[in-house]
Design a protein around this ligand. Structure first.
Ligand code: DQA
Length: 145
């Protein structure tokens, strides 16, 4: 049997993890987090692929591609696009993908402009506030979907 695929999509500025506001986001790089997700994926018999883009339209394209490719679930940390992107909301609705929203921090305890999540309006679930561990918990949730 072929393994179920999980796509991990990261939005703007997440390529800077490790040095970006470490008091909020911690010291782990996106590469380190991605390596741990791939390793955990092996245990869960999930084929995990991790991508990052600073461009909203690229994230939309990747959601379309995930749909066409029969991806089982998407972990999406859309960064600041979480709070602004109706295009990502529409893409999740249009593709009917199972999306789990992920955040290292807890946006709801931060500035008011981070309290609204367009992604959250269509996502199946959300894991936030656990630092890099948010991704690991989200992967376990994806396996259970
Ligand atoms: C973030 C939270 C967002 O508000 C912020 O714009 C990010 C990172 C998080 O993972 O905590 O870029 O998504």
């Amino acid at each position: 049997m072929t393994q179920r695929r999980v796509l991990v999509l990261n939005g703007p500025n997440l390529n800077l993890l490790g040095t970006r506001e470490p008091e909020i986001y911690g010291h782990d790089t996106l590469e380190q987090i991605s390596a741990r997700l791939i390793a955990r994926g092996l245990e869960l018999e999930l084929d995990v692929e991790c991508r990052q883009s600073n461009h909203e339209g690229v994230l939309v394209d990747w959601l379309h591609e995930a749909k066409a490719g029969g991806v089982h679930a998407v972990l999406l940390n859309a960064g600041a696009y979480t709070h602004t992107s109706i295009a990502l909301l529409d893409a999740i609705k249009a593709t009917q993908l199972k999306v789990i929203e992920v955040h290292l921090s807890d946006p709801e305890t931060r500035e008011p402009f981070r309290h609204l999540s367009y992604v959250g309006m269509a996502a199946e679930d959300c894991v936030k506030g656990l630092g890099p561990n948010s991704y690991m918990v989200a992967l376990d949730k994806a396996a259970a979907l």
